[in-house]
Write a protein that binds this ligand. Structure first.
Ligand code: MOS
Length: 725
């Protein structure tokens, strides 16, 4: 398959408003729901009194902890089955009414009595109680190779610093919503989720019902970034319970303010990092991370995991610890692990380069890891050195200081660079393709498109395999009636669907080839099926001009056309012969206005090596989207907790800043071709590759511009004011 620049399959549907998001489904008789939130951050619910709420016009029903007792206990139901209050704003009841405003009014009229306990509202408050989590994602929480403390004591240069990153929230444009109803014992659940099958499994478990009686749909999403998963489930269960109680469909949509508390966050981190060098080579790394988790569950990003393998170094130890606070629970968010982790590592490499008098790019190239030093395995492919070379050339890295004046108008200009990486793995996936007599193709997979291009990728893989134009392809996603597909996350979807669709289309090609050669009177009759190729809606002989139209061929087959299913297995991490990683080099130019403390990203060059690129247009868009998220983390996004009450402050886009067009620089994106023999189709994920590295690139450029080293994110105005340095 050749890389093809197809525009988004669903672009016209979205810009014309025809794409139906699940929260826009409007069944007749639908009730609207609102959540009653805890006014305290820690304690217990004593009672919920709905007497006044019941008098509000339109009131239909209320669901509380008492109703949740019918649900099976699990991590997904704990928050709605137990009395404990873990964070400010934790829902204690759900009210359904005829309209949304009636539901909100009734929710305000519910009286909640609580027993209040002192809340832990900051990481530092409970630092003494830090504990090691069981694991960080799929990795061990701690690692050690060699003797890092001895190597540090023998190093010529030690760079030892603390880096901190603050809490961020995901904030997809579309908030979470559910529209649900019951058909006898069967449930229909339209909800904005990154994982229809995992959502179905959670419902099946909680309600103790067969998965086959549940249909979950999520056909269009206005973004996800990691928050449209498990933390949404309890509130969705309550909407389902309300629907069952009222005997009517129920709709719940979170407010923007609730998107700060109810669906997860990027955890704050404190990272102590030491690098030891001898002769410009890394001889020791110690990376210790302390991060926030909630009082009801453990979550740790894989923050220091990539420090284990990014550079060649014989003595490395990493560790993760967690601290419980009465704040909302963290979940993966946009480059989980790599974004905060590379901020520390790539900032420290820059500090080391300065102290060693070695160019930061040269230092990285000198410390390139030729294989995965943690597992001892070779890389499945790794063209990071090529990324450095090509990116530096495009950006003009070597001539950066001679080319640019350090002052451009009011801007003091600086340059920085950093490395990014992300694992290339895949999930189990099934896909179905169906070719109708009119030559149109339907491709089906129960994965989702978060807005990242899955419709297009799925359609074009199948279309290209069968020589059919995209205009004749229908793609169906986001429905548990479709074959089991992967959750949309971990930059794994394209790598997962590719082998499944290839398996399905190759079965279909075999059926078509047999039809083509099987009829002695047909143009290709009597040839060997291996000689058949598929192009321009025709089957052709490879070595001749003879061809037959697909529609003529299909007319000789079954009346309902031809269909086939394919599947692929998830990455077997135990059996891997090689470590799959995508890499990139990020080069950044920034300007600082020291009078205003304003910092502006002027230019970014991202050069990425991430396997085979199926659709350069989509890939470029993904890389730019990732970089924008990284710029947001570096300069804009910060969730602030009121330390007195545990309440999140400024729960709106007025106070929580996200990058807008006017903040964005010129992006130069380059993709280095990789031919990876270890991964099916040579496909690596790219979604979150651009989201890491850039943070350190910006901090490094800031140091280059004004000589000030900022070791926390986000970088703030006061860090850049002339009076600060
Ligand atoms: Mo993502 S943070 O894997 O949705």
């Amino acid at each position: 398959m050749n890389p093809q620049t197809h525009v988004r399959y669903e672009a016209a549907l979205k810009v014309t408003g025809q794409a139906r998001y699940e929260g826009e489904v409007m069944p007749p008789g639908m009730l609207h729901a609102a959540l009653v939130e805890s006014p305290v951050a820690c304690g217990e619910v004593l009672s919920v009194d709905a007497a006044r709420a019941e008098t509000v016009p339109g009131f239909a029903t209320i669901v509380t902890r008492a109703d949740s007792e019918s649900l099976r206990p699990s991590g997904a139901t704990a928050l709605i089955r137990e009395k404990a209050i873990h964070f400010h704003g934790q829902p204690v009841a759900l009210v359904a009414a005829s309209t949304g405003s009636q539901a909100r009014e009734a929710a305000r009229a519910v009286h909640v009595a609580t027993r209040v306990q002192p809340a832990v509202t900051h990481l530092d408050q409970a630092a003494g109680a830090a504990f090691a989590p069981a694991a960080v994602g799929r990795f061990p929480a701690a690692s050690r190779r060699g003797d890092p403390s001895r190597a540090l004591s023998e190093a010529e240069l030690i760079v030892r610093n603390r880096y901190t990153t603050d809490v961020n929230n995901h904030h997809p444009m579309e908030p979470h919503a559910v529209v649900c109803w019951w058909e006898d014992h069967r449930a229909v659940v339209h909800t904005s989720t990154q994982a229809v099958f995992a959502t179905r499994a959670s419902i099946a478990h909680a309600f103790d019902m067969p998965a086959g009686d549940i249909r979950v749909l999520s056909r269009f999403l206005g973004g996800g970034f990691g928050c449209k998963g498990q933390l949404w489930w309890p509130w969705m269960f309550w909407a389902m319970l309300a629907s069952r109680k009222a005997g009517r469909p129920v709709r719940l949509e979170l407010s923007r303010a609730q998107m700060f508390t109810l669906v997860g966050r990027r955890q704050a981190t404190t990272q102590d990092l030491s690098l030891g060098f001898v002769d410009g080579r890394l001889t020791a790394i110690e990376h210790d991370v302390v991060a926030q988790t909630s009082t009801h569950a453990d979550f740790s990003d894989s923050t220091a995991v990539y420090t284990r393998l990014l550079y060649a170094c014989p003595n490395v130890s990493t560790a993760h610890k967690l601290v419980r606070t009465n704040e909302p629970h963290p979940v993966p968010m946009r480059a989980p692990g790599t974004a905060p982790g590379t901020f520390a590592l790539e900032s420290a490499m820059d500090e080391a380069a300065g102290q060693l008098g070695i160019d930061p790019l040269e230092l990285r190239m000198r410390n390139f890891a030729a294989h995965d030093q943690e597992s001892g395995r070779p890389w499945s492919s790794n063209r990071l050195l090529e990324c450095y070379r090509v990116g530096a050339e495009r950006f003009g890295w070597a001539r950066r200081h001679e080319r640019a004046k350090s002052k451009v108008g009011r801007w003091t200009v600086g340059f920085g660079m950093a490395t990014t990486l992300y694992p290339a793995i895949r999930q189990a996936c099934k896909a179905r393709v169906r070719l109708s007599l009119d030559g149109s193709l339907v491709v089906q997979c129960g994965t989702q498109d978060m807005g990242s291009g899955t419709y297009t990728a799925l359609g074009q893989i199948a279309a290209d395999a069968l020589g059919i134009p995209m205009a004749k392809v229908t793609v169906e996603l986001g429905d548990t009636w479709l074959p089991d597909g992967p959750f949309s996350g971990g930059s794994q979807v394209t790598a997962s669907i590719f082998p499944a669709v290839e398996a399905a289309t190759s079965k279909l090609r075999a059926m078509l080839a047999n039809l083509a050669v099987g009829d002695p009177g047909a143009p290709l009759g009597g040839r060997r099926p291996q000689e058949i190729e598929f192009r321009d809606e025709m089957v052709r002989g490879r070595s001749s001009n003879v061809a037959e139209r697909l529609v003529d061929l299909l007319a000789r087959g079954p009346a309902d056309g031809l269909a086939a299913e394919g599947e692929c297995a998830a990455t077997d991490h135990q059996a891997l012969a090689a470590t799959g990683m995508g890499y990139g080099a990020i080069f950044v130019e920034i300007g600082v206005d020291a009078e205003l403390g304003e910092i502006r990203v002027r230019r970014v060059c991202g050069t990425f090596a991430a396997g085979r690129i199926l659709n350069p247009l989509l890939a470029r868009s993904q890389f730019i989207g990732g970089l924008i998220g990284g710029i947001g983390m570096a300069l804009h996004e910060q969730t602030v907790t009121d330390r007195a009450t545990g309440c999140i402050l400024g729960k709106s886009f007025t106070d929580y800043l996200i990058p807008v067009h006017a903040d964005m620089p010129e992006f130069d994106i380059a993709m280095i071709e990789e031919d990876d023999p270890h991964l099916p189709g040579g496909v690596k994920g790219i979604g979150m590759l651009g989201t890491a590295g850039i943070q350190a690139g910006i901090a490094n450029a800031l140091h280059d511009a004004i000589g000030r080293r900022v070791r926390h994110l986000p970088i703030r105005i006061e860090d850049c004011l002339a009076s600060a340095y």
